[in-house]
Design a binder for this molecule. Structure first.
Ligand code: ADP
Ligand code: MG
Length: 399
């Protein structure tokens, strides 16, 4: 789960981390009132969407000349004009794709007098099994470009969970950022606070770009992105409450209500599978047979009729789907129960595209019998390869 910049900053501030003062706003009036509550005279009006690159982004509805989604405003009137310009319009950035994202929230913050911009992020490094801090003196810009062109300017510092964050980690961060004196001390303190926040909140990624040194010699978090391990969200109801579903794919939101792991993809063949590993293998074998999966969908171990029906509806809501491949291993759930679920669901949703079903496991013969006697045009398959070949052939034939 991801947060908006203002939400992430408010969380970080609870750990003592320095952020510029700011006020979120859902309307032009709130933006103006927010600006009035700030010291001024410089303000920054920032579009709140779950994507970076806002500063260099373009609004679809405004001309090429219009400014992006992060704007410096020199007066309350400027704040008012920028807020009116952005709210309700669609911001396209390098991270949103061509469709862009509608701006429904703003963050009005203090304008900061920047001396230098740095980069600092934290993530769970799977290779070392540790939390890593990734830092660079090249902040503010696209870090992927820095990593590509000048990898030597990016430093990674990993923290052993057994010993936790130690003062030497903080010194390594300050050294990598080439900071000295008071700023080095500030960087050491900040790294410890960030590590504490990251681990206490079960984050899986925290990126600060830029971290800035102000002309007054302070270190401030100017922009941040934070994402959380969804399997640990139950431990943080306050964080879970910050979820903004309008930023997510509507079908993925619907799927999460039924505890289905669904991810929309670009292909033509809808997949319904139990188990993430089997789902990955199913997607691979569809590609091997020359077509592409329209989604990843893991119905989980305890798939029942309600879940199967919800899964069918979600798959079919995607207009790109030209056929469905069901690949289920009946382990905990018996194949005959699953077959009944598939038949009931297919009837309920009035299935209009080819459906190939491969069942394996407990009571498989009974399951196959139920599918065969259903009166529906369900194509049975014997194994994974057979299922993939059949669904591709069916879809090509129907085209
Ligand atoms: P994004 O990464 O989505 O473009 P940022 O918040 O990083 O958004 O803003 C882009 C740039 O705008 C920053 O690198 C910084 O130079 C400038 N900026 C952002 N917030 C402020 C602020 N409060 N004061 C001054 N400049 C800012
Ligand atoms: Mg940024």
């Amino acid at each position: 789960m991801n947060l908006h910049e203002y939400q992430a900053k408010e969380l970080l501030a609870k750990y003592g981390i320095g952020i510029p003062k700011g006020v979120p706003a859902m309307s032009v009036e709130e933006a103006v009132a927010g600006a009035k509550s700030l010291p001024g005279p410089l303000y920054v009006v920032k579009a709140q969407i779950h994507a970076g690159g806002r500063g260099k982004g373009k609004f679809k509805e405004l001309g090429e000349e219009a400014k992006g989604g992060v704007r410096l405003a020199k007066s309350i009137e400027d704040v008012q004009r920028d807020a009116a310009d952005m709210l309700g319009n669609t911001l396209v950035t390098v991270q949103t794709g061509d469709a862009g994202k509608q701006v429904n929230r703003l963050y009005v913050t203090d304008g900061v007098d920047i001396a230098k911009e740095y980069y600092l992020s934290m993530l769970v490094d799977r290779a070392s099994g540790r939390v890593a801090m990734v830092v660079s003196t090249e902040g503010g810009m696209d870090i992927e470009t820095v990593a590509h062109d000048t990898p030597e300017l990016i430093h990674s510092i990993t923290i052993d969970p057994a010993s936790g964050f130690q003062p030497h980690h903080g010194r390594a961060v300050a050294f990598a950022l080439k900071l000295e004196g008071g700023l080095a001390k500030a960087a050491q303190k900040l790294s410890k606070q960030l590590y504490d926040a990251f681990t206490a909140l079960d984050c899986d990624m925290l990126e600060i770009n830029p971290l800035v040194e102000t002309k007054d010699g302070e270190l401030l978090v100017l922009d941040t992105k934070m994402s959380f391990d969804s399997n640990a969200l139950y431990r943080h109801p306050d964080v879970a409450a910050l979820r903004d579903e309008t930023e997510e794919d509507p079908m993925e939101v619907e799927a999460s209500k039924y505890d289905l792991a669904y991810i929309k993809l670009d292909g033509d063949i809808g997949c319904m599978v139990n188990g993430a590993g089997l789902a990955m293998a199913t997607m691979d074998i569809i590609k091997l047979n020359g077509m592409f999966p329209a989604n990843f969908l893991d119905v989980g171990g305890g798939a029942n009729k309600e879940k199967v029906t919800a899964a069918f509806k979600i798959i079919l809501a995607d207009p790109a789907v030209k056929g469905i491949l069901v690949n289920i291993f009946g382990g905990i759930m018996k194949c005959d129960i699953i077959a009944e679920g598939i038949v009931a669901a297919a009837k309920e949703v009035n299935l209009s595209v080819p459906l190939v079903v491969r069942l394996e496991g407990t009571n498989v013969e009974k399951g196959k019998e139920i599918l065969a006697n259903s009166g529906l045009a369900i194509v049975p398959a014997d194994d994974l390869g057979d299922a993939a070949r059949k669904i591709v052939a069916e879809v090509k034939q129907a085209a």
